[in-house]
Design a protein around this ligand. Structure first.
Ligand SMILES: Nc1ncnc2c1ncn2[C@@H]1O[C@H](COP(=O)(O)OP(=O)(O)OP(=O)(O)O)[C@@H](O)[C@H]1O
Ligand SMILES: [Mg+2]
Length: 219
């Protein structure tokens, strides 16, 4: 199995019931999985643990057969830098950097100033999300959907194999949201595994599979 969660339990300090109460899940390579469920049901907690951003209290997460929970901070950081990419409801772009610099942000400590080869790569992924012409703009000069597409371009620049998206269309109007969904579908068809939290039923229906969470478990 490509990515698998086994009996994940997670409690936050002060919480009376666990945020995750024993979640098991399998995700195939190239699958597009949607995660639904009411606010507070544990969706973001699950995504955070699957993507090695956070640790469970117990349980395991197997990525390509290896448990990433006991793997250690260094290995988990490497995984996040190399294989996993993230987009969130709010895009986390750096306002003082250009669109191109934001796209290449994961590499910025290695490549400052941006060299020809990296610039080409950045421009290539920006073209793929339809933003080649905005490379020199700042995030503040873009629309919400364009900003979200920069976040997707940043994920693409890293050649990630899994994209974790936590309500990527949550702050967008429906037309802009559809554009972002089209892009995610297209990337998925190209082989990218996508795990997406969404409250939107129409978008959830575009996924290969939909799971619903309630009170920290999958229904
Ligand atoms: N850092 C934290 N500290 C304490 N409790 C937390 C923390 N993060 C989440 N929780 C609690 O854990 C539970 C699950 O939260 P989570 O963020 O995973 O829900 P969610 O399904 O993503 O909700 P939403 O749709 O509102 O984003 C909630 O009861 C929440 O209050
Ligand atoms: Mg959430």
């Amino acid at each position: 199995m490509f990515l698998e969660a086994r009996s994940l339990v997670k409690r936050y300090p002060g919480g009376d019931k666990p945020a995750l109460g024993g979640v098991s899940l399998q995700v195939g390579k190239g699958e597009f999985l949607a995660v639904a469920g009411q606010s507070g049901s544990g969706k973001s907690t699950l995504l955070g643990i699957l993507s090695a951003l956070a640790l469970p209290d117990s349980g395991s997460v197997l990525y390509r057969g290896a448990d990433i929970v006991p793997a250690g901070e260094k290995a988990r950081n490497r995984l996040r830098a190399r294989d996993f990419a993230f987009i969130f409801q709010h895009h986390h772009l750096m306002p003082y950097l250009t669109v191109l610099e934001n796209t290449l942000l994961p590499f910025m400590n290695q490549i400052r100033p941006i060299s020809g080869q990296w610039k080409e790569k950045g421009l290539r992924v920006l073209e793929r999300v339809g933003l080649g012409h905005k490379a020199r703009s700042r995030p503040g000069e873009l629309s919400g959907g364009e900003q979200q597409r920069v976040a997707i371009a940043r994920a693409l620049a890293r050649d990630a194999s899994v994209l974790f998206a936590d309500e990527p269309t949550g702050s967008l109007d429906s037309q802009t949201g559809s554009g972002v969904m089209d892009l995610l579908k297209e990337l998925n068809r190209g082989g990218l595994t996508v795990i997406m939290v969404t409250h939107n039923q129409d978008y959830a229906a575009l996924a290969d599979r939909l799971i619903s969470m309630k009170d920290g478990v999958i229904l």
